[in-house]
Ligand binder design. Structure first.
Ligand SMILES: *[C@@H]1O[C@H](CO)[C@@H](O)[C@H](O)[C@H]1NC(C)=O
Ligand SMILES: *[C@@H]1O[C@H](CO)[C@@H](O)[C@H](O)[C@H]1NC(C)=O
Length: 456
């Protein structure tokens, strides 16, 4: 009993001491903001990285494209459904469709890296394309990831042979009275004869339809696609186009790209290979791809050139930013992150800049270029596609904002770079991702950095 009493006294003394310490320290310091515990989803330990993430804005469910798995997660990151996509027996040297031509290469168990994950809102399905078998896609019901289709018996069903997750970008163009279209842009990894770098495909209502992913138009002379000519590889052996971002706006579909280019530095006659960031624009309704236009984009601050696109995001200006830019609040604004210089894309420098572009201004620049070309000024200026400089031909016609090209003067390049407006630079920890939205008239941008920091 005495022992217990002594212990009680001690505990109580400790209690008091503790309470005193806590209350007095509380009185001295302001309380930190209560930290909301955050949910995490680590995935399967053996599977490594996650490749793509999309959120269904209607339901709040999150879809994750990972190596060998597609996940459906609740908004608090609980797994609702897992769909297995690999590994499977494959060899990257085998060409599709395998039921037509057999492959004599040895097959090995190969991971399926998710290369594209899109929500098809109209048909309530997920389009999940992987790296296995030269890039075939699954159409999965949003609800339960049930496989609605996996077309693989035609050449068009194979979208890209690249096994890097960031190589393919897709944009859906939706119609109320007919099948949707899917614009596919992809690096070709030295196989330009198999995979167009950019094309528009039919997205049929029926996930098992024969015509799924068929080119929107294709005859002997004209097709809804652009292939990189083999001549290009004689000049730049590792030529490819890397698609960083894509979106549709108004009558157009846009992609932002990074591609190698030969330039002669000022005061030099020898050419060197650099990377150039470009915006690519196509009319949604152009089945012959005569509307294809390319514009170099970049950014400069305090004499430093930021030319290597890392990430981009389309948002609206919002009332406050719109006022300072002299545009309307509903105008499209492109938020972009560039790293310094123009050298190799894999070894981007840490110096990076967040820049904005007014989409309308880029469209105006394209319109000016189209007009000058149709006055017969300059050349088509698209070195990778037309290795020989082809002069622009003049023609009497009115070119307005929605001009979609003719089979003359197409495709066309704009030679002069369009500069973005630098709004923030970060020199030590390269910015690698960006999103933006309008909140109470303010334009908010969030950037992610190489070391995993988030900046608002
Ligand atoms: C992609 O394929 C190449 C060669 O086929 C291989 O060396 C590389 O490891 C693959 N990458 C991934 C991420 O699996
Ligand atoms: C946003 O801007 C509009 C137009 O300038 C104004 O009418 C509205 O009150 C603003 N809203 C907020 C939340 O500030």
């Amino acid at each position: 009993l005495t022992m217990l009493a002594a212990m009680w006294k001690w505990t109580c003394l400790l209690c008091h001491l503790l309470l005193f310490t806590i209350t007095s320290s509380l009185a001295r310091q302001p309380l930190p903001h209560p930290k909301r515990p955050f949910a995490t989803f680590p995935g399967e330990p053996a599977e490594g990285t996650f490749n793509h993430l999309v959120v269904d804005e209607k339901t709040g469910y999150i879809y994750l494209g990972a190596v060998n798995r597609i996940y459906k997660l609740s908004s608090d990151l609980k797994v609702e459904v897992t769909h297995q996509t690999g590994p499977d027996e494959d060899n990257p040297k085998c060409y599709p469709p395998r039921i037509v031509q057999t492959c004599n290469e040895p097959l090995t168990l190969t991971n399926n890296i998710n290369k594209m994950l899109l929500i098809d809102k109209k048909e309530k399905r997920l389009i999940a394309c992987g790296s296995l078998y030269q890039g075939i896609c699954k159409l999965l019901r949003l609800d339960d990831l049930f496989k609605l289709g996996e077309p693989f018996h035609k050449k068009e069903h194979y979208l890209s042979g690249v096994n890097e997750s960031g190589a393919v970008f897709g944009v859906i163009v939706s119609y109320s009275n007919m099948d949707d279209k899917l614009f596919i842009a992809t690096a070709v990894d030295g196989k330009p004869e198999y995979f167009p770098t950019i094309s528009s495909r039919k997205l049929t209502k029926n996930s098992e339809a024969d015509g799924m992913f068929a080119y929107v138009f294709h005859d002997e002379f004209v097709a809804s696609m652009i292939k990189i000519p083999s001549d290009t590889f004689t000049i730049i052996p590792d030529f490819d186009i890397y698609y960083i971002y894509g979106f549709s706006s108004g009558n157009f579909v846009y992609f932002l790209t990074l591609q190698p280019e030969m330039i002669s530095p000022p005061g030099s006659t020898t050419k060197e290979q650099v990377y150039t960031s470009k915006l690519v624009r196509l009319c949604k309704e152009d089945t012959a791809f005569n509307s294809y236009v390319e514009v170099p984009i970049g950014c400069e601050k305090n004499g430093v050139e930021y030319r290597l696109l890392q990430a981009a995001y389309l948002s609206k200006a919002g009332a406050i930013l719109a006022r300072s830019l002299g545009v309307s609040p509903d105008d499209d604004i492109l938020f972009t992150v560039f790293s310094k210089g123009q050298k190799r894309k894999m070894k981007s420098l840490d110096e990076s800049a967040l820049c904005i572009f007014i989409l309308k201004k880029i469209n105006d620049r394209i319109k000016e270029r189209l007009r000058s070309c149709y006055r017969g000024e300059g050349t088509l200026d698209l070195a990778w596609l037309k290795v020989k400089d082809i002069p622009c031909s003049s023609a009497l016609l009115t070119i307005n904002d929605d001009f979609c090209g003719l089979d003359m003067n197409a495709p066309l390049g704009v030679s002069e770079m369009v500069r973005g407006l630098p709004i923030f630079t970060e020199d030590g920890d390269r910015m690698t991702s960006v999103i933006a939205y309008v909140y109470k008239n303010h334009s908010l941008a969030f950037v992610g950095t190489k070391s995993g920091k988030l900046k608002k």
